[in-house]
Design a protein around this ligand. Structure first.
Ligand code: NAD
Length: 433
């Protein structure tokens, strides 16, 4: 313990970050900027090369910052044998779902196997990937112990969930409190000390299971609240009330309320996936997480609901969706990011195409998308493209979109994000109204 503690305190510890994606690359930058030698690992050669060339592929990390880090103390590699050079390893690999929406821990498992090959006494291993409670102790620990070393006695092991919010300019690793839960007290203390070098506030919890559950609970909380407001939006449509006005009014309450907004569905690598990790694990305990299932049902139904509303809006103007020209604005899963993972816009376009619409899209962040019916390329947001569409759908309201211009040019605007609220036009139809 003392050796690694001293090395963290005097910043001579070498930090290994495994998985240089949305989570791993910003974390690698944070340790590098705190003065640590950082070795980033990725299975994709091109990612390791890009990092070493100072070419950033993650919007939250500027090329300038990356180049400074490369010149000082950050290197990337695909050679897992170099794990033995590191003193602490943070695992930031993907935790997707299988086609049947079961947890796919294959990345966590294969990386744990790699780490086990090179594990040496005194190392600290921290899992950051979002997963169900029990993964660190039941899955990672036994694999690491195949090395012959014992957790707690020979090496330290903890779980510390990443809370990065891509595109958020107010909260970064530094000012977002970090939760750590080790398999024993020394592991928790070391993990706490490690993250204190890059985060202003580190909150230790009693065990990895609490830390794992905290992360999934945070994401379930968002999923459930978004589902609640998506359901309310549908009720407001029936009752002739504007959900947007209701949310704005409710938001004036200074306590006991926090706003969530309806939309065409949920996306990203976290909210649509992580609740299933918990739901799946709960079944091992003969427990059914009804809120999770219900929220998923409502949220996953939203692209279908939006498709119906677009159909109705076209019908009301004597047009059918079949053969209609639809221009979708925004395919990223949320505004101002370049990430399409699980984006509800993709499902929406697929459904519109299934109904016979000819769909084009614009997204300044996403040049191409791949769909079951083939690839689409982002079109320019010209007067011609806006005015020739039978319906322009605001699916992701990027800040750069000029809504006045969209409303002026388009024949019909279906606004699935409330981006036009406050603006007037007979050609606007909004979700939740
Ligand atoms: N993206 C987010 O906003 C976010 C937020 C909080 C938590 N998380 C969680 O963090 C984890 C990582 O998510 P992400 O968005 O950074 O994923 P990502 O796909 O952007 O990055 C993962 C990287 O890991 C690499 N990788 C896969 N297997 C590897 C291995 N064995 N060794 C080395 N590299 C490997 C991939 O090539 C990829 O570059 C997930 O569990 C996710 O749920 C993500």
């Amino acid at each position: 313990m003392l050796k690694l503690e001293g090395k963290i305190r005097n910043r001579s510890a070498q930090i290994g970050i495994v998985g240089l994606g949305y989570v791993g690359l910003p974390l690698a930058m944070a340790f590098s900027e705190a003065g640590f030698k950082v070795l980033g690992f990725d299975v994709q050669q091109k990612r390791a090369d890009w990092v070493n060339q100072g070419h950033s592929y993650i919007a939250d990390v500027s090329a300038e910052r990356l180049q400074t880090a490369i010149a000082h103390n950050l290197k990337a590699t695909t050679e897992q044998s170099r794990l033995k050079e590191t003193d602490a390893v943070c695992i930031c690999v993907p935790t997707p779902l299988t086609k049947t929406k079961d947890p796919d821990l294959s990345y966590v498992i294969s990386e744990s196997e790699e780490i086990a090959k090179y594990l040496r006494p005194g190392q600290l291993i921290v899992l950051e990937s979002t997963t169900y409670p029990g993964t660190t102790r039941e899955v990672v620990l036994p694999i690491l112990e195949r090395s012959g070393l014992k957790a707690g006695a020979d090496f330290y092991l903890a779980f510390s969930p990443e809370r990065v919010d891509p595109g958020n300019k107010d909260y970064s690793i530094r000012n977002t409190p970090k939760i750590v839960g080790g398999i024993d007290l020394p592991s928790t203390k070391l993990a706490k000390l490690l993250y204190q070098q890059v985060a202003e506030s580190v909150i230790p919890v009693s065990c990895p299971e609490v830390a794992e559950m905290t992360k999934v609970f945070e994401n379930v909380f968002r999923s459930v609240n978004i589902a609640l407001v998506n359901e309310l939006a549908q009720l407001c449509e029936r009752m002739g009330i504007s959900v947007w006005e209701v949310i704005a009014a409710a938001t004036t309450k200074p306590f006991g309320y926090m706003p969530f907004y309806p939309g065409p569905g949920i996306g990203g690598h976290c909210i649509p996936l992580d609740p299933y990790y918990l739901a799946n694990k709960a079944r091992e305990h003969d427990f059914h997480t009804r809120f999770i299932e219900l929220a998923a049902e409502i949220n996953e139904g939203m692209p279908y609901h939006v498709t119906s509303r677009i159909t109705e809006a076209l019908n009301a103007r004597g047009r059918s969706l079949n053969d209609a020209r639809v221009l979708v604005l925004g395919v990223a899963y949320k505004k101002d990011v370049e990430d399409v993972r699980e984006s509800p816009s993709l499902k929406l376009i697929e459904l519109l195409q299934d109904k016979g619409a000819t769909v084009k899209y614009n997204d300044p962040y996403i040049p191409k998308i791949r769909l079951p019916r083939g690839e689409l390329t982002s079109v320019k947001l010209t007067k011609q493209n806006l005015s020739s569409a039978d319906c322009v759908v605001i699916a992701t309201a990027h800040s750069c979109y000029n809504m006045d211009e969209v409303i002026t040019q388009a024949k019909l605007v279906f606004d699935a994000r409330g981006a036009t609220r406050g603006l007037k036009g007979d050609n606007i139809v909004r979700l939740g109204e």
